[in-house]
Structure formats: structure tokens, C-alpha cells
Design a protein around this ligand. Structure first.
Ligand SMILES: [Zn+2]
Length: 298
């Protein structure tokens, strides 16, 4: 298979003491930026595609671009469904050739989340790909919630153990104060809780941090030291895209060539992805995966 599964990439990362960036794409320019940075840093990456990205660009289009980029660059990559919430998202992703899926049942009551995630795992494993689940609810940065509500939305280590045993997931997205979108003020991550989760289930499941855009570098390093091996970045890439386009148009109001308008956006995004790859420690780690691949083929 051209694409690696998340389990393959993340297991090597856990053994090697680094984390892998999962970068969301919506179009050709973002995909190009992610692969350009991965190639120049010789890093494995996870290309994350959400159902809404698939709705915008077409799931098959996004996978086809990933396939071409993977062949051209030789970068070890997993193509991953981000936040699949409906059964049809999972089936469509598998049919399109994804190597990993996330089923996000976190909006459901616990027992329902267990039941639906276990079904998703059966589906994914039958297709030979890895499955990520989510326990605890990731609150949006816009949500007005009290401290006790915040606590209640976080992943409970004991419940995580039960969830993993009953669903058979390969990877678990944790909720420890992380959120999607920009943070208001400094993010307050509960590392004590993450430490407890790692101690309880760190040898049974791979750990994932969503909403990592805007989390300070030192907190990212701390999260990785507690066994986080997949770190999701979307908001910072979007911001770089917008910055590149906005600046170019401001300086060149008469240019109408989309290629000229979008090139600076790609360059801004490459800088962001490249910086994250260095921060996560996955730079230079592609070689191991390629050697392993070559060894297998012989
Ligand atoms: Zn997420």
C-alpha cells in the first residue's frame, strides 16, 4: 500500500520518542505546502481530511492529490479521515483509499459512543486500516463554559481504559483543555490528567492531541513527553493561507492570476508546517520508514 496507516507511523514515533503532525488539507495548495515541508524535512506526515473538506473539494480529488504527492516526494504518509461523525463518512473514506479513519462519537452519551466506535473499529480493521476514537468532548474556543463543565468535558483516565477495551481503537483523541480554533489567552492544558491517562492506557493505545494550533511550543514538548504521538494542526495553516493571500492582494491589487495570488499562501503554509515538523521532532525520521518499506519489498 502506498499510504502508511496511522498505527504504523505513530508506533514508530512512540518508540522513537517523537510526534507526527496531522495537517488538514482542503485543496491543492495546502496539500502541496504540507508535502513540500515534509519533503524538505524528510519527515513522515499524516494528511487529515475532514468530511467538510471532502464536501468542498471531493474526497476522491483530495486522495488523488495525496497519491501523486506521495509518489513524487517519497514521503511516508497516512491519509486520515478527521472527525468522521456519520457511518457514511467512514465507508466513503475507506472506498476512496484512506489508510486511517477517526470516528468521533464524543457528542453522544458514553454508552452510545462505545457502541458506535466499536462498530467503526470493526469496519476499519476489516479494511486493514487504523481507527481513532475520541473520549471527552473538545469544547470550541467560542463556547462559554464554567470550570466544572470544563472538567466534565475532559477525558477520564479510568473511563479511557474501559473505552479502549470495549471498542478496540488504535488511537485515542484526548480532551485535556485543548480546543479547536484560536485560544482566548494561554491554553490551560491539564498535564496531570494527561500523565494519568498515559500511565493507565499508554501501552494499549496511541495518544492524539487535537486543536494544537496556538499551543505554546513548551506545552507541545510537554504533551509529547507524555506520549502524545499525533498532533493536529489546522488553524495555523489556515491563518498562514489567509495571510499570504491578503498580503499579496494588498501589495498587488491589479494582479488577477490565481497562481500568482496563491503562491505566497503556499510559501507561508510551508513555513508553518516546517516549523511544526521540527517542533514535533519528526524531522529526518522519514528515512527509517522508507528503509523499512524497502526491506519489506525485498
Ligand atoms: Zn479535531
Amino acid at each position: 500500500m502506498l499510504f502508511k496507516t496511522n498505527t504504523e507511523l505513530m508506533t514508530q514515533a512512540r518508540d522513537g520518542g517523537y510526534a507526527i503532525g496531522a495537517f488538514n488539507t482542503n485543496n491543492l495548495e495546502i496539500t502541496k505546502a504540507i508535502f513540500t515541508a515534509a519533503k524538505q524535512e524528510e519527515s513522515p506526515i499524516i494528511l487529515a481530511i475532514s468530511p467538510s473538506a471532502a464536501k468542498y473539494a471531493g474526497m476522491e480529488n483530495l486522495v488523488a492529490m495525496a497519491r501523486v504527492a506521495a509518489e513524487e516526494t517519497g514521503v511516508p504518509v497516512s491519509v486520515h479521515l478527521d472527525h468522521g461523525t456519520e457511518w457514511e463518512h467512514l465507508v466513503h473514506a475507506i472506498q476512496a483509499g484512506f489508510s486511517s479513519i477517526m470516528y468521533d462519537g464524543s457528542k453522544h452519551p458514553y454508552e452510545e459512543n462505545v457502541r458506535l466506535t466499536a462498530e467503526a473499529v470493526k469496519l476499519g480493521h476489516a479494511a486493514g486500516i487504523s481507527v481513532e476514537g475520541e473520549l471527552g468532548r473538545l469544547v470550541g474556543t467560542e463556547d462559554q463554559i464554567s470550570v466544572s463543565e470544563r472538567e466534565a468535558s475532559m477525558t477520564d483516565p479510568d473511563q479511557a481504559m474501559d473505552f479502549i477495551e470495549r471498542t478496540g481503537i488504535d488511537a485515542l483523541a484526548v480532551s485535556i483543555g485543548n480546543a479547536h480554533g484560536w485560544y482566548k489567552g494561554k491554553p490551560q492544558l491539564d498535564f496531570k490528567r494527561l500523565g494519568a491517562i498515559q500511565k493507565k492506557v499508554g501501552d494499549k493505545v496511541l495518544l492524539v492531541l487535537h486543536g494544537a494550533s496556538g499551543i505554546p511550543d513548551e506545552d507541545i514538548r510537554t504533551a509529547a513527553s507524555f506520549g502524545i504521538t499525533k498532533i493536529n494542526i489546522d488553524t495555523e495553516t489556515r491563518d498562514a493561507f489567509k495571510r499570504g493571500v491578503a498580503q499579496f492582494i494588498q501589495e498587488n491589487p491589479d494582479v488577477i492570476d490565481p497562481r500568482k495570488i496563491l503562491k505566497p499562501a503556499i510559501e507561508e503554509m510551508v513555513k508553518i508546517v516546517d516549523g511544526k515538523i521540527k517542533l514535533f521532532g519528526s524531522a529526518g525520521k522519514a528515512a527509517g520508514h522508507i528503509a523499512e518499506l524497502a526491506g519489506r519489498a525485498v
